[in-house]
Design a protein around this ligand. Structure first.
Ligand SMILES: Cc1cc2nc3c(=O)[nH]c(=O)nc-3n(C[C@H](O)[C@H](O)[C@H](O)COP(=O)(O)OP(=O)(O)OC[C@H]3O[C@@H](n4cnc5c(N)ncnc54)[C@H](O)[C@@H]3O)c2cc1C
Length: 409
């Protein structure tokens, strides 16, 4: 494991730090503005930041120049992300498009389609979403039921997707459908990209426990998609979906803040009956446990960076980061809310310490434990692919999809 930047990496880090110092504060979304930010204003700010980044050459740096990137080595993207992560910037709108849809388009779209769509994605002119999950197909996404039937040069899509992050503001999406129910479930899938404004698409935001609506139910009624927008061969959509999911593992990594440093700050300023919380043995024990976990994640991250620096791709062990950091986020935020006593049960920024930062984290964490692979699914991956343990028994792999028992049939 290598902890230090090479001279070239150090030089690049300095260049990035200078650019961010100059530009990031104009787009900063700090605690108080985040709580009061109107969703449309947030999106406008996000698009402006993405365009500024792209103009400066810091967006999608590993992508080729002709598609809006600069063919940089992956380690430079990691360095940029580390430095950008020190600011609170409106980058969330683009993570699915750039982290998953872009790489899938790059692998399967025609050159003409890539030239048309990727540079617009890089600049934030178009935002993309991922339409995989359905009410009865989440962890087992290959069990999806949305149908695609060919009619002349088009495909007609019918069915429902759910939990589609950002569908309400997205311009384009990638979608996996069932084109043949007579073959086993992984074999009858076909993959497309589509215009989210196509007639027949009905997008309904889902209200979350936090009061925000970040994801949606999306209904399809006779939605027409040109065959030219098929990615991969007919019936080979599962292979394309795997490309998206492998990129998801890399894109969904460490949990967002609050971090251990935020919790230590809270413990320093909180007075218990016995004195400052930071001096309390039970508080210190908890802080020490989360500090140790944080250090483990940090060194795991260094190991991935070392692999990237050598031009290697991090393996399935990347799943460990999300499993550990997601439950740490939830536990730390629950503890912080207890420390705040009655203030912990309030969300209003003016009425509670740190303007509801920990409460927001507490409400976000359960979703983060599910998104991009649940804790249990990631543990299965770690067990099977990192530790080499025997695979789960999968009895439905060789049976025609339409023969599988399902509540919808
Ligand atoms: C914040 C957020 C954003 C999301 N964004 C998107 C998006 O943009 N696009 C999209 O397509 N989807 C999105 N999703 C959906 C997400 O991919 C699914 O929620 C996830 O895959 C789990 O599927 P599910 O909800 O159907 O749960 P299920 O798969 O039904 O799981 C229910 C429970 O059973 C457990 N379980 C399931 N199978 C196994 C197994 N084999 N072994 C052990 N335990 C198992 C799970 O761990 C879980 O606890 C998002 C979800 C969240 C929370």
């Amino acid at each position: 494991m290598d902890f230090k930047d090479t001279p070239r990496e150090a030089e690049f880090r300095t260049e990035v730090q200078a650019w961010l110092k100059e530009n990031a504060p104009k787009f900063n979304v700090n605690n108080s503005t985040r709580a009061s930010l109107d969703p449309d204003e947030g999106l406008k700010l996000g698009k402006a930041w993405q365009a500024a980044k792209a103009d400066a050459g810091y967006a999608c740096m590993t992508w080729p120049e002709e598609f809006g990137g600069r063919s940089a080595p992956p380690i430079e993207q990691v360095i940029y992300d580390q430095e950008e992560g020190k600011y609170e910037l409106p980058v969330g709108y683009f993570s699915i498009g750039l982290g998953m849809c872009g790489p899938t388009m790059a692998a399967y779209a025609t050159d003409e389609q890539k030239k048309q769509h990727l540079p617009r994605m890089v600049r934030g002119d178009d935002i993309w979403c991922q339409l995989f999950s359905e009410p009865a197909a989440g962890s087992d996404v290959a069990g999806l039921q949305m149908t695609a039937k060919q009619e002349g040069g088009d495909w007609i899509l019918n069915g429902q997707k759910v939990w589609t992050s950002g569908a309400h503001f997205c311009d384009w999406g990638i979608i996996v459908t069932r084109s043949d129910p007579t073959v086993p479930k992984h074999k009858g899938l076909t993959f497309f990209f589509l215009d989210m404004k196509s007639p027949g698409i009905d997008i309904r935001p889902i209200e979350q426990i936090s009061g925000q609506s970040n994801f949606n139910e999306v209904f399809f009624e006779n939605v027409r998609v040109p065959d030219a927008q098929r990615l991969g061969a007919v019936g080979e959509g599962w292979g394309v979906a795997i490309t998206t999911l492998m990129n998801e593992r890399l894109a969904v990594g460490n949990a967002p803040p609050p971090f251990i440093t935020d919790l230590i700050a809270l413990a320093r300023e909180t007075e218990l009956d016995s004195g400052p919380a930071i001096d309390d043995t039970a508080v210190r024990q908890n802080l020490a446990d989360w500090y140790v976990e944080t250090q483990g994640l940090k060194y795991g991250h260094f190991r991935m960076m070392t692999a990237l620096s050598k031009g290697e791709t991090p393996g399935p062990e990347a799943s460990i980061t999300k499993v550990v950091s997601a439950s740490k986020l939830q536990n730390m935020c629950a503890f912080a809310m207890e420390l705040m006593d009655v203030g912990g049960s309030l969300m209003e920024p003016d009425a509670t310490p740190h303007e509801g930062f920990f409460q927001e984290g507490f409400l976000y964490a359960p979703g983060f434990r599910v998104a991009g692979g649940t804790d249990e699914i990631l543990r299965n991956i770690i067990a099977e692919r990192v530790l080499g343990m025997p695979q789960d028994i999968r009895v439905d792999k060789t049976v025609a999809f339409r023969e599988l028992p399902s509540g919808a049939q």
